[in-house]
Design a protein around this ligand. Structure first.
Ligand code: NDP
Length: 306
């Protein structure tokens, strides 16, 4: 019997592992298929305290992983399909058929990139459409690409793409950008970045070779216009990864796990949540790590009282 199973391998999961194993609890972390989570697809993280010159996202999570392991957190590469039981102890079902008994569970499964859901998009994923510039920008050397979205991630993706592409056009559905001033200024200062504000994407066009462009609606005139491009990077936010819970925990209207104010407690005693899967607002590496510590401390108190 484990004290705690941690589901998810981003900063929230690894931080929970560091705290729990350091406190002497027997715990095991199930990584999910994208080990390390979203930080592995970002470039330089400049706002994580302790690294004055920034740190590569991938390096940051790998260091967290080793820190958790060195105190005794066990790591299993795999996917949790189901959590069985209405109260402690729970049975955690893995995709390899293993069933793990545990007193408590911490859900730290993060969130995944959202797509536009427009005509032609799904067929073009991997053939021009991507949600990760760090992963795919390399394929667009001296080519023209689009970034859809007006948030910080869209600015980051556009800036990263300028290292490879000859032209990067940001397409955003409103006249105002949601991104922070510092990110907008950096993007505006880059000559390779062009702007199409107040345009809504309606259709991805492709031929046998892959994507050819994007049809957009001019929101002022209502006219449909076509933009030729070799690649489209979708940066319109994320969807919390809660499907495997299958209604077990109370979620908010956007699908994020609801936690009791100021705690990591979910609607089921003994199951805790940390990181982006329960945070519709902040979604930063540092806030995810902080909530991982809160989840671990709440779990410790819960197990002490069992
Ligand atoms: P955001 O929610 O901040 O932005 C999403 C953007 O996508 C918005 O501009 C939104 O438009 C647009 N959008 C949403 N749905 C659609 C749609 N169906 N069609 C077209 N456009 C759409 O998400 P991000 O992923 O950019 O950022 C997530 C969080 O991470 C934020 O809190 C951000 O500040 C933070 N972050 C901070 C960084 C930093 O500080 N360095 C770096 C990266 C992320 P609209 O504006 O009209 O709603």
């Amino acid at each position: 019997m484990y004290d705690t199973i941690i589901v998810g391998s981003g900063p929230a999961g690894y931080t929970a592992g560091i705290y729990l194993s350091r406190a002497g609890l027997k715990n095991r972390l199930i990584t999910g298929y994208s080990e390390g989570g979203q930080l592995t697809t970002t470039t330089l993280v400049e706002n994580y305290p302790g690294f004055e010159n920034g740190i590569e996202g991938n390096k940051l999570v790998q260091t967290m992983r080793r820190q958790a392991e060195q105190f005794g957190t066990e790591m299993t590469f795999g996917f949790v399909q189901k959590i069985e039981g209405e109260s402690s102890p729970f049975k955690v079902h893995l995709d390899n058929g293993e069933i793990i008994d545990t007193k408590a569970v911490i859900i730290a499964t993060g969130s995944s990139a959202k797509y536009l859901g427009i005509e032609g998009e799904e067929e073009a994923v991997g053939k021009g459409v991507s949600a990760c510039a760090t992963c795919d920008a390399f394929f667009y050397k001296e080519r023209e690409v689009l970034v859809v979205g007006g948030g910080d991630v869209a600015m980051e993706e556009a800036l990263y793409l300028t290292r490879f592409a000859s032209k990067v056009t940001v397409v955003h559905r409103r006249n105002e950008l949601r991104a922070s001033d510092i990110m907008v200024k950096r993007a505006q200062a880059n000559d390779k970045i062009h702007w199409m504000l107040n345009y809504t994407p309606v259709k991805v066009t492709s031929n046998l070779m892959g994507m050819t462009g994007l049809d957009v609606r001019n929101n002022e005139t209502g006219d449909i216009e076509h933009i030729q491009a070799d690649g489209l990077f979708v940066a319109i936010g994320h969807q919390p990864n809660t499907d495997f819970l299958d209604g077990k925990l109370a979620l908010d209207d956007k699908g994020y796990i609801q936690t009791q104010a100021g705690t990591a407690k979910t609607s089921v005693a003994g199951i805790f949540a940390a990181g982006d899967v329960q945070d519709p607002k902040y979604q930063q590496a540092i806030t995810a790590a902080g909530s991982g510590a809160i989840a671990a401390l709440d779990t410790l108190a819960y197990i002490d009282n069992l």
